[in-house]
Design a protein around this ligand. Structure first.
Ligand code: 5AD
Ligand code: SF4
Length: 452
């Protein structure tokens, strides 16, 4: 009888895509997906360590799973992803009920490694410096083909992530990513385009290209067989021309590498959705310098102005860290001022937390937790008001939205601007259907529409 697996994914879209790859490799080795965690023979936690809170969530679930293991000693527990990469063997020492710890560059090996855990726990976390992102369609079974062919199906079969690069070379001082995901490596240009073609031919309509900093795609390694250069805007253009691709998106970008070529894509490529996530992190030049972000506030504001000139309807979102070491009240107020100048359509905001191995751990001027919470509250309250103002502007507009979930009566859909749009309709719409709606109500985080 085949064994069953359950994957719990924490963190970013990169992890969501990795979890699909893990699921697929397990299915190729005769595992079947369990309906829930409690009935699985193998539990895989695909983890995130970007902030302390994300890691705490993983640790508390792992602690809880001790009970499952007692109940069922044959249960296998695998920790994959960034916490696995960061902790390595230490994780098994702290959590002896864990069978396997697999780092970010070894997820394709889970089926083979788990088979060897009957007597001993296993750890695979070596980050290879000469790491090559493999070809899309694996030529042999033996190499690290963890950029496996895509899953057809999944929870959102009409919408897929395509990883275009791994790792990051920027070393922002607070960020654990360069330590957990290794050096930046771009995938071959042709492999990405081929993968998108296959997906679209199988019915996918909405593609999001993924990388830690897509703007530096193709800068650190060869991405074509003949060695010719290929930038991210060139890749976007090529992907956007894939016949029948309805919606193209990408994430995420570091403002320091944002070129006018990329901005022009929003004006020129009809299926590139008018939404842009451009993490700013802080409104203070002093803090940005201590974060090693390599741009100033003035430069960021100029980028936003240019972007809005190319594409006036663009929806702009950002990430903010409050309470970075050395951030004074005056620095924080500069972030609040930035909010008034840019008026983001949405933002993800976080209290700074020390991450293992990052250089900001050693910076002086740590801000206490209470003060960080106060700043976060102030920021989020104001951002929420701005979100509502921005969302109100969509009232009366007509959008083609894609149905994501729901059943006759109520549906949750997504617009090209990436807004969640709730609709009420007696008709039956399959997930992935495109329907025209008129927006009649706006909330802080979603819109409501009437089917036309
Ligand atoms: N503390 C708080 N927030 C962080 N982020 C990354 N590292 C940290 C940290 N140490 C936030 C940044 C980044 C987002 C993915 O997570 O805002 O853009
Ligand atoms: Fe982290 Fe900076 Fe790289 Fe983003 S660009 S992943 S914040 S090091």
């Amino acid at each position: 009888m085949s064994s069953s697996f359950f994957i719990k994914t924490f963190g970013c879209q990169m992890n969501e895509r990795d979890s699909e790859i893990i699921a697929q490799s397990l299915q190729q080795h005769d595992y079947v997906e369990a309906l829930d965690m409690d009935s699985a023979d193998l539990i895989v936690l695909n983890t995130c360590s970007i902030r302390a809170k994300a890691e705490q969530k993983v640790m508390s679930l792992l602690g809880y799973l001790r009970k499952n293991k007692k109940r069922n000693p044959k249960l296998k527990i695998c920790v994959a992803g960034c916490v696995a990469q960061q902790e390595g063997k230490a994780l098994i020492e702290r959590m002896p009920h864990v069978n396997l710890v697999v780092g970010t560059q070894h997820i394709n090996q889970i089926p083979a490694l788990i088979a060897n855990t009957d007597k001993h726990s296993q750890v695979a976390t070596e980050l290879k410096t000469d790491y090559q992102i493999p070809r899309f369609i694996p030529e042999t079974e033996t190499h690290d083909n963890w950029e496996a062919p895509q899953f057809s199906g999944g929870k959102r079969p009409f919408s897929k992530f395509v990883t275009i690069m791994q790792g990051c070379n920027n070393y922002c001082t607070y960020c654990v990513v360069p330590h957990t995901r290794g050096r930046e490596v771009s995938r071959m240009f042709k492999d990405i385009v081929d993968e998108v073609k296959v997906l679209v031919e199988s019915g996918v309509q909405d593609i999001t290209l993924l990388g830690q900093n897509v703007n530096s795609y193709g800068l650190t390694n060869q991405v074509s067989d003949d060695g010719s250069a290929c930038s991210f805007p060139q890749l976007l253009k090529k992907v956007s021309q894939v016949p029948n691709l309805k919606r193209l998106r990408f994430t995420t970008s570091n403002p320091k590498d944002l070129s006018h070529d990329l901005m022009r894509c929003f004006r020129d490529l009809p299926n590139l959705c008018p939404q842009f996530h451009l993490p700013v992190q802080s409104g203070s030049d002093k803090v940005l310098k201590r974060m090693n972000r390599k741009y100033t506030m003035e430069k960021y504001i100029q980028l936003v102005q240019d972007l809005r000139e190319y594409c006036p309807e663009i929806i702009l979102t950002t990430d903010i860290i409050v309470g970075f070491p050395g951030e004074t009240e005056d620095d924080f107020q500069k972030t609040m001022e930035l909010l008034e100048i840019v008026r983001f359509d949405g933002s993800f905001s976080f209290k700074y937390s020390d991450r293992p191995g990052t250089s900001s751990v050693k910076l002086a001027g740590k801000v206490d937790e209470e003060e960080k919470s106060r700043r976060l509250r102030l920021f989020q309250n104001r951002q929420n008001e701005i979100c509502l103002d921005q969302n109100n502007k969509h009232i009366g507009r007509i959008y083609e939205v894609m149905v994501e979930s729901g059943s006759a009566g109520k549906y949750q859909c997504r617009s090209i601007t990436n807004h969640i749009v709730h609709i009420e309709a007696p008709s039956i719409f399959e997930p992935g259907s495109l329907i025209s709606v008129k927006i009649h109500h706006a909330g802080h985080h979603s819109l409501q529409g009437k089917v036309l």
